[in-house]
Design a protein around this ligand. Structure first.
Ligand SMILES: [Zn+2]
Length: 390
C-alpha cells in the first residue's frame, strides 16, 4: 500500500490547487449556471478516471452526475457527494480560497463539502495509476448531486437507485471538528404554519380584529415546549413573519419549523402533536394551516452495516496511525437516505468547522490524510467486506 500513499504524497500541492479551483467557483444551490460550471470540472475528472458518466437533468437545480467505473469482481461501492453550497453568486469574489499561516484553508464550501470531493477524486486516481487489484476488481459508482443544501429534493431518487445497486456507501460530507466520522444522523423535516386573522384598527375598533400574531405566538410557545434533549426530539421555529404596522391588528402570520428526531416513530409522534397545536384556533376568528414533511429519514445509531464499515475504516487508520472515532449528529445528509438501503459511513471529507458560515475552514493537512484514508479504506473494503445476504 506504500505505493498508493507515495503517489498521494506526490500530489499534495496539486490537490490543494484542485480544491482551490473547486472553491473559487461559486455554486450556490439556486444558481444553476454556476453549479453546472463546477459540475463540468468534476465530470471531466471522473471521465479521466475511466468513469462512464450520466447527467441527470432536472427542472430546478443543476445536473446530478452519476458515474460508473466497472470492475471484474462482484462488489460495488458508492460514493455520494454534493457540489452545491449555501453561498450565493459573488461570494468567491469577496473571500476566495486562501490558506493561512496556521494551515487553515478558507473559502465558500471548502469544508462543506468541496474538500470531500477533492479527496475522493485523488484517492481513486491513486488506485488507478498504481493499478491496484482493488481498482481492477471493484465496481465503483459515484453520485455528485447539486441540491443537497435544499435537502436533495430532485436527487434523492437517483441516490436511492444507486444505493440499491451498491453493497456499501461512503458519504463525502466533512469530518467533525475533532476528525470524527459520522455513524448516525437524526431525521430532519421542515414544516410550515400559516395563520389568517382579521385586520382592524388597533385603536378605534380592536374588538373587530382577530390577531394572527397572537395566535401564532401561543403556538410557537407550545411548539418549542416539544423539544426534549433527553430523547433528542427537537422542534425549532426558525423564522416568523407577520403583521404590517403597529396600529393594525395583524391578519397574517407565518412560521417555518424544523423538526429533528432519532426514530421514525418519534418523528411521527412529534408531527401529530405539532398538528394538534397548530390547527385549532387559539384566538377566536383566526384559522390556521399546517403542512410540511420529513426530508431526511432518521439514520439510527448502531446499524450493523455502519459498525462494520467503521471497523474497516479503523483498520485503514491503524496503517496510517490515525485513530478512528465516530459520532452521532443532529445534522442531516444524504447518508440518512442511503443508510436505510445499504451500509453507510459518513464524514469521509477533511476536518474543519463552521459549516454554512463565512468562518468555514478546513485543516488543510487533513485533506491529504483523509484522501489516504479513503484510498486505504476502499482497499480494505474490497478485500474484507462480505456481501450480506439481502
Ligand atoms: Zn454538506
Amino acid at each position: 500500500m506504500s505505493d498508493l500513499l507515495e503517489r498521494l504524497d506526490g500530489w499534495r500541492d496539486e490537490q490543494i490547487e484542485f480544491l482551490a479551483r473547486l472553491v473559487n467557483h461559486d455554486s450556490g444551490t439556486d444558481d444553476v449556471v454556476d453549479v453546472n460550471r463546477v459540475g463540468a470540472i468534476l465530470a471531466e475528472r471522473l471521465e479521466r478516471l475511466g468513469f462512464t458518466l450520466r447527467r441527470v437533468v432536472n427542472e430546478r437545480f443543476g445536473d446530478h452526475l452519476v458515474g460508473d467505473k466497472p470492475g471484474s469482481g462482484p462488489k460495488r461501492f458508492l460514493f455520494v457527494g454534493h457540489y452545491d453550497t449555501v453561498f450565493p453568486s459573488g461570494t468567491v469574489k469577496q473571500r476566495p480560497f486562501r490558506v493561512d499561516e496556521q494551515g487553515r484553508a478558507w473559502g465558500p464550501g471548502v469544508y462543506d463539502m468541496k474538500g470531500g470531493l477533492a479527496a475522493v477524486l485523488y484517492a481513486m486516481r491513486a488506485h488507478r495509476e498504481v493499478r491496484t487489484r482493488t481498482w481492477d476488481e471493484t465496481n465503483v459508482s459515484v453520485v455528485f448531486n447539486s441540491d443537497e443544501e435544499r435537502l436533495s429534493p430532485s436527487s434523492r431518487e437517483v441516490i436511492e437507485a444507486e444505493a440499491r445497486r451498491a453493497h456499501s456507501v461512503g458519504i463525502l460530507e466533512p469530518a467533525r471538528p475533532n476528525g470524527e466520522y459520522v455513524m448516525a444522523r437524526k431525521g430532519a423535516g421542515t414544516f410550515y404554519l400559516e395563520v389568517k386573522g382579521k385586520a382592524s384598527h388597533a385603536g378605534v375598533q380592536p374588538e373587530l380584529g382577530a390577531s394572527a400574531i397572537w395566535d401564532l405566538a401561543q403556538k410557537v410557545t407550545a411548539l418549542h415546549a416539544l423539544t426534549d434533549f433527553e430523547t433528542g426530539t427537537t422542534v425549532n421555529v426558525g423564522t416568523v413573519r407577520g403583521g404590517e404596522r403597529p396600529n393594525v391588528v395583524a391578519d397574517r402570520a407565518f412560521a417555518e419549523i424544523d423538526l429533528r428526531a432519532w426514530t421514525p416513530a418519534a418523528a411521527d409522534e412529534a408531527i401529530a402533536t405539532m398538528r394538534t397545536i397548530c390547527e385549532p384556533a387559539h384566538v377566536t376568528g383566526t384559522s390556521a394551516r399546517f403542512w410540511g414533511q420529513v426530508h431526511f429519514p432518521p439514520w439510527p445509531p448502531g446499524l450493523p452495516g455502519t459498525e462494520r464499515l467503521l471497523e474497516i475504516m479503523a483498520e485503514a487508520g491503524r496503517e496510517l496511525g490515525v485513530e478512528v472515532r465516530a459520532i452521532k449528529t443532529g445534522g442531516g445528509s444524504d447518508g440518512n437516505t442511503t443508510s436505510a438501503i445499504a451500509p453507510t459511513i459518513d464524514g469521509l471529507g477533511p476536518r474543519g468547522s463552521r459549516a454554512h458560515s463565512d468562518e468555514e475552514y478546513v485543516d488543510i493537512a487533513t485533506l491529504l490524510e483523509r484522501t489516504k484514508m479513503i484510498a486505504l479504506f476502499l482497499d480494505r473494503w474490497a478485500r474484507d467486506f462480505e456481501i450480506p445476504a439481502r
